[in-house]
Design a protein around this ligand. Structure first.
Ligand code: SF4
Length: 444
């Protein structure tokens, strides 16, 4: 790269889906010869990819924009919050901040890139070959997010993502698989399949077939999972709703084709609350199905998120949720206290808000219940041998994850080893100790 390459500083906030957007923008800019820098101060412009899902995320996004304006001055805002620019305009009025160069919504890669072109012209000679064929990844080299669709056909009452991102648009199976294949060839050991609703993949394109290698592959959840499972990497499925056809994929887990891991954001268990939330795949017999899944794939780890204190949630609903949790014995669970999102239908349901202190109390009870479940599940792993992928090397102890742990959201396995372990190594580990969220063991 020549010394004159323009430098762009990039802040990526929000969920894994936003991270994939960031990676695409960066790949494009690198292809055009821009350089990335970690500090705002020396950069020619700053891009802030925002998250606008919850008020707390909005506050974080506004703070990041404010910081970039202060430290650099030339700022381009993109991402979910960009779709609701009123808040940004209110916090940083254009007249006071002519340096807020552009505000675009999520997936507006071209507008972001255009804004960069106007602010800092691209170098004359694009160094296209400086970009590796698999793109530039913000995640470590050994794992990568694979986005299979954009948008969502559901209309959960607390969520504005369909308003921000539109209805489901699935990528053709062949395209997804070619990207996955390139990633694996480039050294990626674990593919994290993401979307807003992974199990709905392909509905919008009527499960159309597309070419991959010498065959046609249907844009169907099961077909895609099966093909991904042949690439030789760990395949982890996120944001799956418990529609009936999910049962089929459990067989692939039992066969070892995809990881025995399901990330299902249940959000609640009480039928009343689920109805008010308008959740997809809301089945009465979810507990029975979980039991059946575990009979087929005994190592299946289920991770989920829940919202406590949703409007109208009664003590009875909440206790139903606690009992459900005890029965379901989910491996990994995250919880949020309900926060109203501006523009969400939930605000107009006319349901009574749960007072903040009640929310807090329920949140604590929920977390205590889950901690006990999680600790018990982890204790049962002591003495077992687990496959662990190494995320961080260390002189005597490396940090990794078992098949039951997704990066960034789940627990860790701390591995002592006599020989140095490298990032991306997959090793067999004998588990010796467990605490509430993490495991400790020795490489064997
Ligand atoms: S499934 Fe529900 S919560 Fe998830 S993106 Fe779609 S509407 Fe939002």
């Amino acid at each position: 790269m020549t010394q004159t390459s323009p430098k762009i500083s990039f802040v990526s906030l929000g969920c894994p889906k936003a991270l994939v957007d960031s990676e695409r923008i960066i790949t494009q800019l690198r292809a055009e010869g821009y350089e990335l820098t970690r500090s705002h101060a020396g950069a020619d412009a700053v891009i802030v990819n925002t998250c606008g899902f919850l008020d707390s995320a909005k506050a974080e996004s506004l703070a990041a924009i404010g910081n970039a304006l202060k430290e650099n001055g030339k700022v381009i805002v993109t991402g979910c919050m960009g779709a609701e620019r009123a808040d940004i305009d209110a916090a940083f009025p254009a007249l006071q901040n002519p340096n807020l160069l552009a505000i675009t919504g999520p997936q507006a890669y071209e507008s972001v890139v255009q804004a960069v072109h106007s602010a800092v012209p691209a170098p004359h000679d694009p160094f296209v070959d400086l970009v590796p064929p698999q793109g530039v990844k913000l995640t470590p080299r050994h794992y990568a997010y694979l986005k299979i669709s954009e948008g969502c056909n559901n209309r959960c009452s607390f969520c504005i993502i369909p308003k921000l991102r539109g209805d489901l648009v699935s990528r053709p199976a062949g395209e997804v698989l070619r990207e996955a294949e390139k990633l694996v060839k480039a050294g990626v050991k674990e593919l994290l399949v993401i979307s807003q609703d992974t199990s709905a993949y392909g509905v919008d394109i009527r499960y159309a077939e597309s070419q991959f290698g010498d065959r046609q592959v249907r844009a169907k959840f099961l077909d895609l999972a099966r093909e991904l499972g042949e690439l030789g990497a760990w395949v982890r499925l996120h944001y799956v709703y418990p529609y009936p056809h999910v049962d089929d994929v459990i067989e692939l887990m039992a066969e070892g084709k995809v990881l025995p891991y399901l990330d299902i954001p249940f959000q609640h268990a009480s039928p009343n609350v689920l109805k008010a939330m308008k959740r997809p795949g809301n089945q009465e017999k979810t507990l029975d199905r979980i039991k059946k899944w575990r009979e087929i794939a005994p190592d299946l780890a289920i991770r989920s998120t829940f919202i406590v204190g949703f409007p109208g949630e009664t003590e009875e609903d909440f206790e139903f949720l606690l009992d459900w949790l005890t029965e379901a014995k989910l491996d990994r669970v995250g919880a949020f206290k309900y926060e109203p999102v501006r523009g969400a239908v939930a605000n107009d349901l006319g349901l009574p808000l749960v007072p903040a202190e009640v929310q807090e109390n329920r949140y604590k009870r929920f977390m205590e219940r889950q901690q006990a479940i999680s600790a018990r599940i982890l204790r049962n792993k002591i003495g077992k041998r687990l496959q662990v992928i190494i995320d961080e090397a260390g002189p005597t102890v490396a940090k990794g994850r078992s098949k039951a742990d997704a990066p960034e959201i789940d627990g860790a396995v701390y591995v002592s080893s006599r020989r140095p372990l490298r990032v991306g190594d997959i090793v067999s580990v004998k588990i010796e100790k467990a605490d509430t969220y993490d495991l400790h063991g020795i490489a064997v």
